[in-house]
Design a protein around this ligand. Structure first.
Ligand code: R5P
Length: 318
C-alpha cells in the first residue's frame, strides 16, 4: 500500500505522514509547484503500487488544493494505480450542497463529480457539513466523526465540563461528546443573517421528562440517554463550558455563544471544533470574547490544530 505525501504548499502533509505512521505504510513523495504563469505542476516521485491512498484537504486556497488533488488522482490512474482511496479530511465547498437561491451552482456536487471522475474509487471525509454530500458520489463513501478524538482531548483539559452546541445543528456533536464523557450538554438557538452575521439566543430545553411521558416513551434507549444528558443553560453557572462545533469560520457563531455562557456565569469557556477554517481574525475575536482555549483538529493546518485525527482516519482505512 502506498500513502502519498502531499508536499510543497499542499494541504495535508503532516496529517498524511501521521496516518502513514499509524498504518505502518510508505509515504510517497511528490513534487508540486507553480509555473511562473500560476499553473500547477505535479510529479509523483516515488515508486507506485496497485493501490494508493491520497490525503488532501481542500480548504483555503480551495481551488488550488482541489486542482492538486484532481491532478494527483488522475495522474495515479494514468500511472497504473488500480485502486485509489481518496481522503479529503476537510471537504471544501461542502456547505453549498443545495440551491439556496435560484440559479446557484451546487458546488458540493460539482466537486464530488470532479473527484469521482478523476478516478477515485473510494472517498473518506470527516464531519461533512451535511452527510447528504455523500449522495453525490456513486463510489463507496465514508463520513467519519472526529468527536471521539475531541472527546478524549476534552477529558484531558476539563473537569466535569458541560458541553455546549452553539446551534441546534451541532447538538448531535455535543450529545456524542456528553455521552463519551458522561457529562451534561445543552444548545443555543442561532439564526444566520448573512455570511458573517449571526444572532444567538438561549434555547428553552425540555429536560423534565417523567418516565411515563408519552413523548419520552416513544424514544429509543439511546435517544433517552441523550435527552437525559441535556440541561438548561442555567446549569452552566460555575462550570467549565466547552463549545463544540464542526467548523469555525468567521468565529461569529462562537463569539455569540461565549457571550451568552459568560452572562450565565460559566467558570470558563473553551472551544473545540473539527475544522478550524478560521477566516481573518477569527482566533483573535474568539479569545477577545473571553475564550480560555481554542482547539481544532488537524483536518486543516492552523495555529489551533492541536487534536490529531490521524488515528481516526487510519482506523477508517484499515
Ligand atoms: C454552521 O452551521 C456551522 O456548523 C458553523 O457553526 C459555522 O460554519 C460557523 O461559522 P462562523 O464561524 O462564520 O460563525
Amino acid at each position: 500500500m502506498v500513502i502519498l505525501l502531499i508536499i510543497g504548499g499542499s494541504a495535508s502533509q503532516k496529517l498524511a505522514a501521521n496516518v502513514a505512521q499509524e498504518l505502518g505504510d510508505w509515504l510517497c513523495p511528490i513534487e508540486t509547484k507553480k509555473f511562473p504563469d500560476g499553473e500547477r505542476y505535479l510529479r509523483v516521485k516515488g515508486k507506485i503500487d496497485k493501490e494508493a491512498i491520497v490525503i488532501q484537504s481542500t480548504g483555503f486556497p480551495q481551488d488550488e488544493n482541489l486542482i492538486e488533488l484532481l491532478f494527483l488522482i488522475q495522474n495515479l490512474k494514468d500511472l497504473g494505480v488500480e485502486k485509489i482511496k481518496v481522503v479529503v479530511p476537510y471537504f471544501g465547498y461542502g456547505r453549498q450542497e443545495k440551491r439556496f437561491k435560484e440559479g446557484e451552482a451546487i458546488s458540493a456536487q460539482i466537486v464530488a463529480n470532479l473527484i469521482e471522475n478523476a478516478g477515485a474509487n473510494e472517498i473518506v471525509s470527516l464531519n461533512l457539513h451535511e452527510d447528504s454530500v455523500r449522495e453525490f458520489f456513486n463510489i463507496k463513501s465514508k463520513n467519519i466523526s472526529a468527536m471521539g478524538a475531541i472527546g478524549e482531548y476534552i477529558s484531558q483539559i476539563a473537569n466535569d465540563p458541560i458541553i455546549i452546541a452553539p446551534d441546534k445543528g451541532a447538538l448531535h456533536f455535543a450529545e456524542e461528546i456528553a455521552n463519551i464523557l458522561d457529562c451534561s450538554c445543552t444548545y443555543l438557538n442561532k439564526v444566520r443573517l448573512g455570511p458573517d452575521k449571526v444572532e444567538t439566543r438561549i434555547a428553552d430545553i425540555r429536560c423534565d421528562f417523567p418516565a411515563d411521558d408519552p413523548e419520552f416513551a416513544k424514544l429509543t434507549e439511546t435517544e433517552k440517554n441523550k435527552k437525559e444528558k441535556q440541561v438548561n443553560i442555567e446549569l452552566v453557572k460555575g462550570k467549565e463550558a466547552i463549545i463544540v462545533d464542526d467548523i469555525i469560520a468567521t468565529g461569529g457563531t462562537i463569539v455569540n455563544a461565549i457571550k451568552i455562557l459568560k452572562e450565565h456565569g460559566a467558570k470558563s469557556v473553551s472551544v473545540c471544533c473539527v475544522h478550524p477554517v478560521l477566516v481573518n481574525d477569527a482566533v483573535l475575536k474568539i479569545y477577545a470574547a473571553g475564550a480560555k482555549l481554542i482547539a481544532g483538529t488537524d483536518t486543516l493546518k492552523s495555529e489551533v490544530s492541536s487534536i490529531s485525527v490521524a488515528k481516526v482516519i487510519a482506523d477508517a482505512l484499515r
